[in-house]
Write a protein that binds this ligand. Structure first.
Ligand code: F6R
Length: 626
């Protein structure tokens, strides 16, 4: 979602801010803009489209206009919510006197009411955004404070007053031509971090924006305002009481956010999966064989009292939850429901203090998942987060956390986060089973050993992907591709279809294989590609045979069958037009290998169709609005 950068120091701010915006491109955006404070003036440039459009406009400015010289500035990449992605709606937005510039991530829910009030006071709006009202409100408040205190303190106080009037989710940054050297930020339900330098400071929606300059960061708490100058960082709550953020050191490498020689981040992240799995599994078995979570604010008794598990998540993370249900129910004998986070609270789910809600999120900032979590907590349920982003909102608000150590995931389409979410879900299932006395330590370590074998199995899958890439290129002009699977193969089918939709902009659907005959089989026509995810014949014979029958059904209707099966599975050979073998794996863990060819397949089809694989159209990496 929107990317936000602010800088104040002794160096020219423009290039630092633009570099930061490039590093935040992965969040997804459809317009971009900057505002620089230079010589008591505010200079703004903004453009619809990619950063290249903004950079071109900046290049065309007359030299000496001050834009490149200012040492304080803010920049924004916008993912449109209120108002279409046009130059006029791009951020920053200005107050009427052009003295204050504001950028914003999130949604101001009461903006319509505020806009009516401002218009009644004679202010003419120049955009359709909710953000613009903040610029006007800040101008009103700083004017009311005129004569009281230093200009940067006035801007900070104005921000506090304005924030108290706003409903919704927001990260805001503002600069004021009369307060050179100051950037003021605020946050509610949306992330904001401070980067501390020497004689310079940064603000950003995430650390990727300033990691090449500093690794010392402060994460702002909920409802806080921060004022940065080159030499100071002052944090208060919305009422002006001094407050503290959470200091932390960024321990991932800047190169982790680079492509490392791959054509795109997605390919790099697919290749990183064996390491990501190994990192997520590292150190998970305690001295007496018990599973170690990362943060636990729940007692074992709390977990023993659990009588039902709900998993809430969105998109790919939801698919990992669908797989988790099979493992959790099998290992713990607890009922487990999986729910799209965006639907969860609207259907009034039955929750109480003996319900465990597992919230899965790569970013830790997905608003739908965060709101589902909050709803669960209001009903007194316990919440356990599975998350890839240290210190983000979802783990912060949960009672226990298991971090996936996938490293930064930059490509919009989730790959390594998905595989590590699966591992984290298995670990949670094992932990619950053990604490509740359903599995003994040796049984848990037997499964952990099977999990520890997975990184090298995924490695083997990756080594054999050339035929999958060839197949993808051959099918790049297909009108539609269907995916079928049973048991844990069903969520894998859904995930394969999602990857193809989001990357290749192609019609794709995943079905439970047994459900085909109840309708969807009518979609199968001569040559329709159908990807079939086949379970191990060794695990559950009945399941395997049923899927083989489903493959025969679609083939009989003209489908081109692309079969993903376990090495040595001869039964599928007569019915496969294309056969992709994956290493032998216990049934419940099979998604860790069967999902990988589908990631490669979608990535290659998208590339063959000429799409931007890392930043598919209309999508954002971190979806911080509901
Ligand atoms: C698809 C994808 C999305 C995310 C979803 C949840 O490839 O990446 O479907 O999985 O938006 O995001 P997180 O995991 O950050 O909550």
């Amino acid at each position: 979602m929107c990317g936000i950068v602010g800088y104040t120091g002794a160096r020219p701010a423009l290039s630092i801010v633009l570099d930061g915006l490039h590093r935040l491109e992965y969040r997804g955006y459809d317009s971009a803009g900057v505002a620089m404070v230079s010589d008591g003036e505010l200079l703004v440039e903004k453009r619809a489209g990619k950063l290249a459009n903004l950079e071109k406009a900046l290049d065309e400015l007359p030299s000496g206009c001050g834009m490149a010289e200012g040492t304080t500035g803010i920049g924004h990449t916008r993912w449109a919510t209120h108002g279409s992605p046009t130059d006029r709606n791009a951020h920053p937005h200005l107050s009427r006197d052009n003295g204050i510039a504001v950028i914003h991530n999130g949604i101001i829910e009461n903006f319509a009411k505020l806009r009516v009030e401002l218009e009644a006071a004679g202010i003419e709006f120049t955009s359709d955004t909710d953000t613009e009202c903040v610029a006007h409100l800040l101008a009103e408040e700083t004017a009311a404070l005129d004569g009281g205190g230093r200009p940067e303190q006035r801007l900070a106080e104005a921000m506090r007053r304005v924030c108290r009037r706003l409903d919704g989710a927001f990260t805001l940054l503002a600069v004021d031509a009369r307060a050179p050297g100051a950037v003021v930020g605020a946050r509610r339900n949306s992330p904001l971090v401070v980067g501390r330098g020497t004689g310079e400071n940064y603000l950003a929606s995430d650390v990727a924006a300033f990691i090449e300059h500093t690794r010392d960061a402060i994460e702002l708490g909920q409802d806080q305002v921060v004022l940065i100058t080159p030499d100071s960082v002052e944090i208060t709550d919305f009422d002006g009481r001094p407050a503290a953020g959470k200091d932390f050191h960024i321990d991932w490498d800047a190169s982790a956010a680079e492509k490392g020689g791959y054509d795109c981040f997605m390919l790099k992240e697919i290749a990183e999966q064996p390491r990501a799995l190994a990192d997520t599994l590292r150190g998970r078995l305690g001295a007496s064989g018990e599973i170690q979570l990362d943060e636990v604010r729940l007692s074992d008794q709390d977990l023993r009292d659990v009588d039902k598990v709900f998993i809430v998540a969105c998109g790919t993370a939801y698919h990992s939850g669908l797989v988790a249900k099979y493992a959790i129910e099998h290992w713990t004998r607890l009922p487990c429901e999986v729910e799209l986070a965006s639907e969860f609270r609207y259907r009034d789910p039955v929750l109480d203090r003996s319900t465990l809600v597992v919230a899965i999120s790569q970013s830790g900032e997905t608003m739908d998942t965060l709101m589902a979590l909050r709803h669960a907590k209001e009903q007194k349920a316990r919440v356990l987060a599975i998350c890839n982003t240290n210190g983000s909102s979802i783990p912060r608000e949960s009672d226990a956390v298991l971090y996936t150590h996938a490293g930064p995931e930059i490509a919009v389409a989730s790959t390594k986060a998905f595989l590590t979410q699966l591992v984290a879900c298995y670990l949670v299932g094992l932990h619950l089973a053990q604490v509740r006395g359903i599995k003994y330590a040796d049984e848990v370590s037997a499964v952990v050993e099977q999990l520890q074998a997975m990184p090298s199995k995924v490695d083997r899958v990756l080594e054999t992907m050339e035929p999958v890439r060839e197949l993808a290129r051959a099918l790049a002009d297909s009108r539609s591709i269907l995916f079928i699977g049973r048991h844990v193969g069903y969520p894998v089918a859904l995930e394969g279809a999602l990857k193809l939709k989001e990357l290749a902009y192609m019609h794709a659907e995943g079905f439970a294989a047994g459900e085909l005959k109840h309708g969807p089989i009518a979609l199968v026509d001569q040559g329709t590609p159908v990807v079939c995810v086949v379970p191990s014949p060794a695990g559950r014979g009945v399941l395997h045979d049923k899927v083989v029958s489903n493959i025969q059904e679609v083939r009989a209707r003209g489908a081109r069958t692309i079969v993903i099966a376990e090495e040595g599975d001869e039964a599928v050979v007569p019915y496969a037009n294309d056969l992709i073998y994956v290493p032998r794996t216990p049934t419940l863990l099979a998604p860790l290998v069967t999902a990988v060819p589908l990631q490669v397949f979608a990535c290659e089809i998208a590339a063959a169709r000429g799409h931007d694989v890392d930043q598919p159209r209309n999508l954002a990496k971190s979806v911080t609005v509901e």
